[in-house]
Design a protein around this ligand. Structure first.
Ligand code: NI
Length: 191
């Protein structure tokens, strides 16, 4: 397996719209190896998710996993999920404020309004259809990753730029308040 290089904000690839992946292409050994490398890179960087576009490959694939993540110690766990050609549909107008960060936006966090309940339709890494509902903090993580496939970064969605902060200042001034938000979201939406 190979640890891939992660693109940083300012690189034009992060602003592309990633293209769909064909079912034949997905079954190929090369792309399966790429998906293994994407997962390995996400683990190496302690990301909660990583989109192919973030490793300079603008195709509609992203990986998501939260397992006692040191970057996001308050996030509910999410089992390893690979989404291919995902489509997200909000199931209600309800939203919550999510304090987000991104491996492609080093040392910056900010508050983004996210839908609290989503239908997720995608293929898994073997091309099997997936159709599920995700809620709460987990729904925020899915929206962040799928945004990458459309060339969007979380900072594009930060409506109050006064919430922007470094990771150090997040832990000093904002983390305890956000932990309360997370507890409320988890109590309401279960994740
Ligand atoms: Ni990101």
């Amino acid at each position: 397996m190979t640890i891939l290089k992660i693109a940083s904000i300012g690189h034009p690839v992060l602003r592309e719209r990633a293209r769909d992946v064909g079912s034949e292409e997905l079954r190929g050994a090369e792309i399966q190896q790429f998906i293994d490398d994407l997962i390995e890179t996400m683990h190496d960087a302690s990301g909660a998710g990583l989109a192919a576009i973030q490793v300079y490959r603008p195709i509609r694939i992203c990986a998501i996993e939260v397992k006692d993540n040191p970057r996001y110690p308050y996030k509910p766990n999410i089992p390893l999920t690979v989404l291919v050609n995902p489509v997200l549909t909000p199931l209600s107008e309800e939203r919550f404020d999510n304090y987000e960060g991104c491996l492609s936006v080093p040392d910056l966090r900010g508050v983004v309004s996210r839908f609290a309940e989503l239908r997720v339709q995608a293929w898994d890494r073997h091309g099997e259809p997936m159709d599920r509902v995700v809620r709460g903090i987990t729904a925020g993580t899915f929206q962040h990753e799928v945004d990458h496939l459309d060339g969007k970064l979380f900072i594009d969605r930060v409506s109050d730029t006064r919430t922007l902060c470094t990771w150090r200042e997040f832990s000093r001034y904002h983390e305890s308040g956000f932990r309360n938000t997370v507890a409320d979201v988890v109590a309401r939406w279960g994740s």
